[in-house]
Design a protein around this ligand. Structure first.
Ligand code: HEM
Length: 155
């Protein structure tokens, strides 16, 4: 009973989080790239990204707690970093990557918007868009591998 409930909460948090990342990547960034004014670009980006960052952080916590709980309850800890545990291993790695990005987000933005942004905002946003496509790809890969291995019992 507890395991399916935890999986459901885990997947709901994943859907909100990765859905948001996908929306930002395929809808928000193309909108920003089409804007003429640099200031408008930066303000719109900050408004959306800062608001979403809070939701993403909450989801990352829920996904981590439920994921850890599932590993504990299913005894899958020992399969981490083995072929049999490829699903949770990929999930864990993607999750760690997000934790690092969210922890150092402020530093990342500082570096990306420093100096150059005032002269070439478009280039910064093209770079950020590319980065988001990579992040979205990794996340969808984790979802795909997680669901596949969860139902096929491994590769
Ligand atoms: C600390 C990080 C995480 C841990 C420890 C973890 C662990 C788990 C475990 C143990 C399951 C149960 C099914 C199985 O054993 O394969 C599961 C299910 C699932 N996880 Fe994660 N996970 C984590 C993060 C993530 C992330 C970042 C994603 C997506 C980006 C994700 C997507 C999924 C999905 C879609 C399922 C459902 C699979 C199914 O159809 O049964 N998880 N997770």
């Amino acid at each position: 009973m507890l395991i399916p409930v935890l999986i459901a909460i885990h997947v709901i948090a994943v859907v909100i989080w990765i859905g948001g990342v996908s929306f930002v990547t395929v809808v928000v960034f193309p909108m920003i790239l089409r804007m003429e004014d640099s200031m408008e670009k930066v303000l719109f980006f900050q408004g959306t990204e800062h608001r979403f960052a809070r939701i993403a952080k909450a989801c990352v916590v829920v996904v981590g707690l439920t994921g850890g709980g599932l590993l504990q309850l299913t005894g899958e800890w020992k399969n981490l970093f083995t072929k049999a545990g490829i699903g949770p291993t990929v999930m864990l790695l993607v999750w760690c990557f997000y934790v690092l990005v969210l922890l150092f987000e402020k530093n990342l933005f500082k570096v990306m918007f420093k100096g150059e942004a005032q002269h070439d905002t478009r280039r910064v946003f093209v770079r950020l868009t590319g980065f988001h496509w990579v992040v979205m790809g990794l996340s969808l890969m984790a979802v795909g591998i997680g669901v596949y291995t969860g139902h096929a019992g491994g590769f």
